[in-house]
Design a protein around this ligand. Structure first.
Ligand code: SF4
Length: 380
């Protein structure tokens, strides 16, 4: 298939759904099968196209922690605000991160209060601002999984090459493998398989996921982001489960190569090193789950160049983002969903980011269908 429309073809979707239905009927009925989509992009597509409501009742999709803005703890947002409020700093960030609440304020509120916070589309844009403003300090808020790490690494290498010394990176890049491991080790979560992240896999390839099959005996299918990609990946997962196989499969072969992207991996390895641990919203501290700039790039590291408070701040009591991120509850089961917490008045990051599960559920207005389905299941 070559064009987007073909990946949204209703006839093909019906054929796949019928096959999913047949396979689901062969599964044991003790409890619904739980498949986690790790990536926020998948969560978004699942709600946008209403995929969850089309699936048989004994298949449940669990939304994972794959949205980098959502998993940022409140203390790191406070650090961003503190950096942005430095008198000579221009703080640059992707738009999604502007409205994430900190304990005092968001970056958007900091901008309203006078801080120079600018939205950029790439780290290259931030470097250009540094070139154009040699008398100011330009800090780039780097966040994201392995998908966005290479562009940050290449920008740091370019800054070094050009001798730009008023540019630095507040590094919040995180890595996917320790995160999946932490979820698998979590005692309150019982997953049966994974829809593997498409964009991250484009960089790291498929081999790093092998341990999930070998050690935890769970299948994983790397999935694309169109509706047929997701249905096809669910179908492939069910085939494995029905046949008693447990493998890493690559449904997204048109983009993901088995070995990943060598040039991107080399740039990442040159610029970054693993942190001993990194704090995640809702998941706590996970060993080796974040990276920082290597010592030779210390000059470009905003955490070494400026003082940041680096405080641990607990989420507000009413906020259940952590539970949603772990897949322990659904977004609409949070006590403040749609009341105190809406996209206009977000209490938690999952209602802010375009990839956040709460924002996705809220945006696509399918709550009536979800509730009707839950009521049907309760009365069955
Ligand atoms: S509704 Fe708001 S507070 Fe509750 S989990 Fe979602 S984002 Fe967090």
């Amino acid at each position: 298939m070559r064009f987007i429309e073909e990946f949204r073809d209703p006839h093909r979707a019906r054929v796949l759904l019928a096959r999913i239905e047949q396979l689901a009927a062969q599964l044991p009925r003790r409890r619904p099968l739980q498949l986690m989509e790790v990536c926020g992009g998948h969560t978004h597509a699942i709600f946008r196209y209403g995929i969850e409501q089309l699936l048989p009742r004994n298949i449940e999709l669990v939304h994972g922690p794959g949205c980098p803005v959502c998993v940022l703890p409140m203390g790191r947002v406070d650090d961003c605000v503190a950096l942005a409020e430095h008198p000579n700093v221009i703080f640059t960030t992707f738009g999604d991160a502007m409205r994430v609440p900190g304990s005092r304020k968001s970056l958007l509120q900091a901008r309203a209060d006078g801080a120079d916070v600018r939205m950029v589309y790439s780290p290259e844009d931030a470097l250009k601002i540094a070139r154009d403003n040699p008398a100011r300090e330009v800090v780039f808020f780097a966040l994201g999984f392995e998908t966005t790490m290479p562009s940050t690494a290449l920008t740091v290498l370019r800054a070094l090459e050009e001798g730009i010394d008023n540019f630095s990176v507040f590094c919040n890049h995180i890595t996917i493998i320790p995160t999946i491991k932490a979820i698998l080790d979590s005692p309150d979560i019982r997953l049966d398989g994974f829809l593997g992240p498409g964009h991250v896999s484009m960089v790291i390839g498929s081999a790093p996921y092998e341990f999930i099959c070998h050690h935890y005996r769970k299948p994983l299918v790397i999935a694309g982001f169109e509706p047929l990609d997701i249905l096809h990946s669910i179908y492939l997962l069910l085939c494995q489960l029905v046949e008693g196989r447990c493998e890493v499969e690559n449904q997204y072969r048109r983009v993901v190569a088995a070995g990943g992207n060598d040039a991107a991996l080399q740039a990442v390895a040159r610029v970054f090193e693993l942190r001993e641990f990194f704090e995640w919203r809702g998941l706590g501290s996970i060993d080796h789950s974040g990276v920082r700039l290597r010592g030779e790039f210390a000059h470009f590291d905003a955490e070494r160049r400026f003082s940041v408070p680096n405080l641990k701040i607990a989420d507000p009591k009413s906020c259940q983002c952590g539970e949603v991120l772990k897949g322990a509850i659904k977004p609409w089961q949070c006590k403040v969903f749609g009341s105190a917490c809406t996209p206009k008045t977000p209490l938690g990051s999952l209602m802010v980011s375009s990839e956040g599960a709460c924002a996705a559920v809220h945006s696509y207005g399918r709550l009536d269908l979800i509730r009707a389905r839950e009521l049907r299941e309760e009365s069955a």
